[in-house]
Structure formats: C-alpha cells, structure tokens
Design a binder for this molecule. Structure first.
Ligand SMILES: Nc1ncnc2c1ncn2[C@@H]1O[C@H](COP(=O)(O)OP(=O)(O)O)[C@@H](O)[C@H]1O
Ligand SMILES: [Mg+2]
Length: 256
C-alpha cells in the first residue's frame, strides 16, 4: 500500500496517517511513515521516542549529504542519485515502522534549491516506485513534494475533510491538484464527525462514491493529543472505524 494523506491544516492528516501506519505495523508490514508536512507532527502522533525524534534531521536540511550526492556535477544536478544509504541512516526505526522527515520543499528555482528538491524527489522515487515496503505520506494540502513522476507511485491519495466549508473547499482543491498529477485514485475521508448533519453536509458537498468513510469526533483522541509524553501507538489509540476503512483501502481497486 502506497498512500498519501492530504487535507486542510488541522483536519486530522497526521492522526489518520498514524492510524494507517498502525494498521500496517500491527500486521507486521514494514512501512515508511513519511512526515512531508512542513508543520510536522506525525512522529509525535505516532508516539515515537521524543529524544530520537528531536535528533532526526529533516532530509531537506542534510546539506553535506545533498552536496555529496551531486558531487562532481558542478551546476549540473544528478536527477536520480542513489539514496538507499541515506534512507538507512536518516530513518528512525521502531519495529516495522521506518520514520522519515522530509523537510520543506524550497521555492525559488536557484540551482542550490534545485539540488535539494532533486534529492527529496530521489528519496520519494526510491520509496514510492522502487521499494516493496508500504508508504504512508503525511502531506500538506499543497502536496508540493509530489511530481508527475513520483505521483505514479502513489496508489491512493486520501483527503481528510472536516465538515466545514473551508475543509471542503481545500479538499476539492487537493482533488484537482492530485488529478493534475494523475494520481490514480483520490478518496475522501470525513473526520471529526459529530452529527448526522455533519455527515449529510459532506455527502452533499463531495463526490459521494469517493468517500471511503466518516470518522467520528473522539474525545479520547483529543485527550491523547494533550498528553505530554506519548509512548508508541496502541490498539486503544485507534480511531473508531479505522480498521474497516483500512481494509477497504487495502482491498485494492475492486473493493471500492
Ligand atoms: N476524529 C478526531 N476526533 C477528535 N480530535 C481529533 C480527531 N482527528 C484529529 N483530532 C485532533 O485534531 C487536531 C489536529 O489533528 P492533526 O492530525 O494534527 O491534523 P493535521 O495533521 O491535518 O494538521 C489534533 O489535536 C488531533 O488530536
Ligand atoms: Mg499534521
């Protein structure tokens, strides 16, 4: 399963991503959990060791590694450097979970930024298109880390939507961006649903056949988010209904 999770800030991308990572890890499936949101919090939601998390450098900030990967290139950028060694070294591993922090995509188009972006692109190409492990990409609504090339490796884009106008508007914008990149399947997941009216609102505002589920608002999730030190992600941390949604998503094209 190679899945990207997007949606408006605060919609629940990291929470849903962590739930998907948990579903895979609980089945002992190796999974790359990739924090690709500049407002990075997937590691925290997964309850990874805070000290190791603090030490983990975002890939975009590995200046020396990035320079070395382009060694000898002068102003030329190697568009497909071998990055498997980097993945070994800059990944935080806990059991089947391989956690990576991407860091921000640089805008501006100067050659040094170009090298950084080419490097991040090579990492995504590696994990999305070349390696067998599952991938859960926790992205911003801009999905700027994806290109036409890497989007080919994303089997599903899951857009998290709160039942608000702003949430829906962002979700539809992400749907268009993903469509432009030719992501094969884009699905919506309602989150923080409290009432039948919330549900009806999303059903009437989004393409209904592409809504994979509605996740209720959960006091327990909010309570967990207030804790200072989380240790790991446990069965009882799962959102209600997430297992069923995971089964639908991993069942392949036929079940949806
Ligand atoms: N189903 C839910 N019920 C209650 N709180 C939720 C739910 N989903 C997410 N949250 C809370 O909403 C906040 C934003 O969620 P988060 O996953 O960090 O969003 P994002 O990654 O999209 O910015 C967090 O405090 C999280 O605990
Ligand atoms: Mg987040």
């Amino acid at each position: 399963m190679k899945i990207a999770v997007s949606g408006k800030g605060g919609a629940g991308k990291s929470t849903i991503s962590a739930n998907l990572v948990y579903c895979l890890a609980a089945r002992n499936k190796p999974v790359f959990a990739v924090d690709a949101d500049p407002d990075a919090n997937l590691g925290l939601v997964l309850g990874l060791d805070p000290e190791r998390l603090a030490q983990l450098q975002p890939l975009s900030e590995l200046q020396e590694v990035i320079a070395a990967k382009n060694a000898g290139g002068g102003t030329m950028v190697d568009l497909n450097p071998d990055v498997s060694d980097v993945l070994e070294e800059y990944t935080l591993r806990e059991g089947p979970i391989h956690f990576l922090k991407m860091g921000a995509i640089k805008q501006g188009g100067s050659s040094c930024y170009c090298k950084e972006n080419a490097f991040l692109n090579a990492v995504l190409t590696n994990i999305l298109l070349e390696r067998p492990e599952a991938v859960v990409l926790d992205m911003s609504a801009g999905i700027e880390h994806l290109t036409r090339g890497t989007a080919r490796g994303v089997e599903i884009m899951l857009v998290v939507v709160e039942p608000t106008r702003a949430g829906v508007s962002t979700a539809l914008a992400v749907d268009r961006l993903a469509g432009d990149l030719q992501v094969p399947r884009v699905f919506f997941i309602g989150n923080k649903i409290r009432t039948a009216a919330d549900r009806d609102y999303l059903v009437s505002s989004l393409p209904e056949e592409r809504i994979v589920g509605m996740v209720p608002f959960s006091e327990a999730v909010l309570e967990r988010a207030r804790k200072i030190e989380l240790q790991g992600f446990k069965k009882e941390d799962q959102l209600p209904g997430m297992k069923e949604i995971f089964d639908k998503l991993s069942g392949g094209g036929n079940s949806l």
